[in-house]
Design a binder for this molecule. Structure first.
Ligand SMILES: Cc1cc2nc3c(=O)[nH]c(=O)nc-3n(C[C@H](O)[C@H](O)[C@H](O)COP(=O)(O)OP(=O)(O)OC[C@H]3O[C@@H](n4cnc5c(N)ncnc54)[C@H](O)[C@@H]3O)c2cc1C
Length: 310
C-alpha cells in the first residue's frame, strides 16, 4: 500500500520530557504539530516511582507527571503517534521528510528529542531490583542512601564522579569495575583520596540478592576467581549510555559520545532542525533541562517558521 503523504509544520521525534514540552509550546502557538514516539510515552522518566526535584511538585511519579504533560500538549492540539515507526529522515531537503512505516511526513521543522538509554546492568535480577536498590541516576536517587553502604559500578569519568558525588550521602562506597579505570588522572586521584571510597578493580557483579529490595551483591574477583558476598543497600550503575541518534548519524554532526551537537539555542547545523533534551550534547541532563530545551526549540522553531512563511 502506498504511504500517505501528510504535511505538518513541526514533527517532533520522541515523547519524553523534552519532546512533550516542545509539543505543548508548539501546539499553543497554533502550529500543526506531530509527535512520533517509538517506545513508552514519557521516555526515561516514565516508570520513575518518585521525582522530588521537579519544580512545583514535592513528590510525583513519572507516570503522573508525564500524564499531565501529555494532556497539556494534546489540549493545545499536538498529536502524539506511538505506533508508526520512523524508517528514515531527510533533514537537508525542502521540505524536510520524516518517513514512517505508514506515512511520509513533509515538514518545515524537525525537533529531535529522542533522548538516550542508559546501559542496563546485564543481569536477570536487574528488573526485580530496578528502583529498589539498583539505580542509574545519582543526582536523582542518591539522597535515598543517607548513611548507607552502596556500590558504584563503572570505571569512566561519569562513574567516578558519581561515586564522589554520592559520598555526600553514603557512609561507605565500593567502586566495582571489571578492569582498570578509564577516568582521567585528576578524577582518579579524587576517588583514591576519599576515605569513604573502597576501590575494587578487576571485579564483576555476578548476582544481586535481597528480599523485596537489594541487600547484597555477589562479586567475582577476576584475578583469584573467588566469589565474595558484599552487603550493600544500593548500587548505582554507570556503565555508559546510548544516545538515540542512529537515525541522524548521516545527516548531523555527532559528538564523541554520539549526541547531537547543538548550542543552548538547540539549533543544529541544519536550519529548521533542533535538538532538545538528553540527545543534545550538554553538561546537565535532568528533567528541568530537558523541559528548558523543549521550550527553547519550540519557540525558536516558531520564529523560523514565521520567517519562512513571510
Ligand atoms: C531511572 C532514572 C531516574 C531519573 N530520575 C530523575 C529525577 O528524579 N529528576 C530529574 O530531573 N531527572 C531524572 N532522570 C533524568 C531524566 O529522566 C532525563 O534527563 C529526561 O527524562 C530526559 O528527557 P528527554 O525527553 O530528553 O529524553 P528521554 O526521556 O530519553 O525521551 C526520549 C524519547 O524519545 C523516544 N525515541 C527515541 N528514539 C526514537 C525514534 N527513533 N523515534 C521515535 N521516538 C524515539 C524514546 O522512546 C523516549 O520516549 C532520571 C533518569 C533515569 C534513567
Amino acid at each position: 500500500m502506498a504511504k500517505k503523504i501528510v504535511h505538518k509544520d513541526i514533527v517532533i521525534i520522541g515523547a519524553g520530557m523534552a519532546g512533550l514540552t516542545a509539543a505543548l509550546y508548539a501546539g499553543r502557538m497554533n502550529l500543526d504539530t506531530l509527535v512520533l514516539e517509538s517506545g513508552l510515552i514519557g521516555g526515561q522518566i516514565a516508570n520513575a516511582v518518585s521525582i522530588e526535584n521537579y519544580p512545583g511538585f514535592e513528590s510525583v511519579s513519572g507516570g503522573e507527571l508525564i500524564g499531565i504533560l501529555q494532556r497539556q500538549a494534546e489540549k493545545f492540539g499536538a498529536v502524539i503517534d506511538e505506533f508508526d515507526t520512523i524508517e528514515k529522515v531527510s533533514l537537508k531537503s525542502t521540505p524536510k521528510i520524516v518517513e514512517t512505516e505508514e506515512h511520509i511526513y513533509e515538514c518545515d521543522v524537525v525537533i529531535i528529542a529522542s533522548g538516550m538509554n542508559r546501559r542496563k546492568l546485564p543481569l536477570p535480577e536487574e528488573k526485580t531490583f530496578a528502583g529498589r536498590g539498583v539505580h542509574y541516576c545519582e543526582m536523582c536517587d542518591g539522597h535515598m542512601y543517607q548513611n548507607k553502604v552502596i556500590a558504584v559500578m563503572g570505571g569512566g569519568n561519569a562513574a567516578l564522579d558519581a561515586a564522589n558525588f554520592l559520598t555526600k550521602y553514603a557512609e561507605k562506597i565500593y567502586i566495582i569495575h571489571r578492569s582498570q579505570f578509564r577516568a582521567d588522572e585528576v578524577t582518579q586521584q579524587r576517588v583514591k583520596k576519599n576515605p569513604k571510597i573502597e576501590i575494587m578493580l578487576q571485579t564483576e557483579i555476578k548476582k544481586l540478592n535481597g528480599k523485596g529490595r537489594l541487600q547484597s551483591v555477589d562479586i567475582l574477583d577476576k584475578n583469584s576467581g573467588k566469589l565474595q558476598n558484599i552487603a550493600v543497600d544500593g548500587i548505582f550503575v554507570n556503565i555508559g549510555v546510548e544516545p538515540n541518534t542512529q537515525l541522524f548519524k548521516d545527516e548531523l554532526k555527532l559528538s564523541d559520545s554520539g549526541r547531537i551537537i547543538a548550542g543552548e539555542d538547540c539549533c543544529t547545523e541544519i536550519e529548521g532542525v533542533f535538538a532538545a533534551g538528553d540527545v543534545r550534547e550538554k553538561k546537565i541532563r535532568q528533567l528541568t533541562t530537558a523541559a528548558a530545551d523543549g521550550t527553547t526549540a519550540a519557540l525558536l522553531a516558531e520564529k523560523y517558521l514565521s520567517k519562512l512563511k513571510g
